[in-house]
Design a protein around this ligand. Sequence first.
Ligand code: AMP
Ligand code: MG
Length: 297
Amino acid sequence: MIKQKYIDLLRVKPGKNIHLKDYVTECAQAEELKEFDKDELKERASIILEQNLEDLTQMQQMLYADDRYSLLIVFQAMDTAGKDGTIKHVMSGVNPQGCQVFSFKKPSAEDLDHNFLWRYMKSLPERGRIGIFNRSYYEDVLVVKVHPDLLLNLPDGKRGKSFWEGRYEDINAFERHLERNGTVILKFFLNLSKKEQKKRFMDRLERPEKNWKFSIADVAEREHWDDYMEAYEDAINATSTEWAPWYIVPADEKWATRAIVADIITSTLRDLDLKFPEVTEVQLKMLAEARKKLEDE
Ligand code: AMP
Ligand code: MG
């Protein structure tokens, strides 16, 4: 397990006005981890990841058996930050029947004919399940804020600061509603540096087996990097709450991202009062009767 004091550094406290530039994109840059060298950190991360994946398998079974909570995990990041890889690795030991992954792309015409939370509402995890959102309703205050012309079909009105504040308020209320109904929410922003993104795009261009992942549109979005960072900062500051906290996870080293995310998910489940359903006296009696019946056959 990663020490709580390190995890606390990544968790955005409600009401705190954070600046993304104050958050590291590489572990080794962190003041608090200066005493370790990179190889040592990498070695530790791999042990932590392995242990957490084992625990997560157990915890997910408990979550399913307990059948009172669901876990919603939101991933948001710039392109190439490693959302897909993190989901793949962290969920590798989890029973597919207890886990649902939804990747949200550009909204359809039907989606746009509804309120902005509608399509996400339909994909929420059922009780006992883990639901992963690879992109989420946060896109509606990120890409849509950077490109307000995407705001289609809405009644006329100002699209300024108060419009976006209204959306943050809606998101907080939505998440509060989910929390009150037994959904535990974790939100991860994978914090990638602009420099590392360039490296990863170049990699996609240079390695034929990675060419398919390259998209011209992604490079166009890179030109809006600063606008995105501002939109992320505003969204994170407005929506990191006690009931649905944001974690800003360094993303320039994939091994670090995976270990940290796995650790936060596992310890969140561990902290819930999960238990296997107790068998009542009446049920025990019925079990004994069933057993007798089978034996007497
Ligand atoms: P990817 O996840 O790389 O396959 O890309 C999905 C694309 O869909 C990204 O360019 C997102 O910005 C875009 N997208 C996701 N949600 C929304 C949304 N609510 N409105 C507009 N674009 C979106
Ligand atoms: Mg993409």
